[in-house]
Design a protein around this ligand. Structure first.
Ligand SMILES: *Cc1c(COP(=O)(O)O)cnc(C)c1O
Ligand code: SF4
Length: 337
């Protein structure tokens, strides 16, 4: 009898994720068509698309329920006419980050850690994101631009952690990240490397063998903070990507945004925490929405957020309850609510 050898782990081809990125749905019509939804939802979608373009990888769309216009994943990424609404209190730059940029691509607001904005681009355009008003440019920082930023990090001995952020830092190719981490590793006071990313969620094949090497072969302790808002975002491919990251020694955390019509029920939040734990990811933050123009239809009131947290705490062990937080200008840390 012939036994077929089945590989224990399926390793994605090196550049497959870049092809998937190129082939992402880029119009509401293409996305709706793939889900078997009527084009009548489209005139409305076009208005939002004109403000902030559509971008949805097929690997993410695959997890949506066909024919369901209220799917919680679809709602996060399908443009709508409601994005044109002007609502009091919602602005273009709610975080006032421009004031905390001491060197190119560096945002330094909190003690001991800085954000290093590797790329302005993302693999998916989430409709609630504050980035919708800052396309930042699709390019990554050049290595010449790094020099000034690295010099800033070298000079501040209070820094312990660099957080690769964006946009999405994993838009950068593995060899680019490798060269950057190599420079960071030489700064003696740094001890941790954190990556804030949604890319492995929307394209699990982004977790290449080389990425695992790049993240785990420096002396810096690697932490990855994923961005998952709903349990349905964790399919088998995503679970497998998490398993490989964990096996390589990467600590996995998750941050979510509390979004009306997506995860604003205790059942949805409970299912998310349970599912995260199944794939070895710890819930970290649950952010209330940044009050950014065009995202008001996702807003959940603070009163409702507190109610949900109380109910969640009554259902889950403490380590599966994320911290409800808000990013506010001119505070020494995120505000815990
Ligand atoms: C969120 C954020 C951090 C990280 O904060 P933690 O509480 O350590 O997760 C760091 N810098 C900036 C500017 C941030 O917005
Ligand atoms: S920064 Fe994060 S939330 Fe914003 S569009 Fe990119 S992936 Fe989505």
């Amino acid at each position: 009898m012939i036994t077929r050898t089945v590989p224990l782990v399926q390793v994605p081809a090196v550049d497959d994720w870049r092809i998937q990125l190129k082939q992402a749905y880029r119009t509401p019509a293409a996305l709706l068509d793939a889900l078997g939804l009527p084009a009548t939802l489209m005139a409305d979608a076009g208005q939002g698309h004109a403000l902030f373009s559509t971008r949805v990888p097929e690997a993410y769309a695959r997890r949506m329920r066909p024919g369901d216009p209220n799917d919680p994943l679809l709602r996060q990424v399908l443009p709508t006419g409601r994005e044109t609404e002007q609502v009091a209190g919602f602005t273009q730059d709610p975080l006032e980050e421009a004031e905390h940029t001491p060197a190119p691509g560096i945002i330094h607001k909190y003690h001991g850690r800085v954000l290093f904005i590797v790329s302005g681009a993302c693999a998916v355009n989430c409709r609630y994101c504050f980035r919708r008003h800052f396309p930042y440019g699709e390019h990554t920082l050049s290595q010449a631009q790094w020099d000034e930023s690295l010099e800033y990090l070298r000079r501040d001995a209070s820094l312990r952690e660099v957080i690769l952020s964006g946009g999405d830092p994993l838009i950068a190719p593995d060899n680019y990240l490798d060269a950057l981490i190599d420079k960071l590793e030489r700064i003696p006071h740094l001890t941790r490397l954190r990556v804030h990313t949604r890319l492995p969620v929307v394209i699990p094949d982004r977790v290449t063998e080389q990425l695992l090497k790049v993240l785990t072969s420096s002396r810096l302790k690697p932490v990855m903070v994923l961005h998952i808002n709903h349990a349905n975002e964790i399919d088998d491919a995503m679970a497998h990507a998490c398993q490989r990251l964990r096996a390589a020694g990467v600590t996995l955390l998750n941050q979510s945004v509390l979004l009306e019509g997506v995860n604003d029920t205790v059942d949805a939040l409970e299912a998310l925490s349970e599912r995260l734990f199944e794939v070895d990811v710890r819930p970290y933050y649950l952010h209330v929405l940044d009050k950014v123009d065009g995202a008001a239809h996702f807003h959940v009131s603070d009163a409702r957020a507190h109610e949900l947290m109380d109910a969640l705490q009554a259902r889950l062990p403490g380590f599966l309850v994320p911290t409800l937080a808000r990013e506010e200008p001119n505070r020494p840390n995120k505000t815990r609510l």
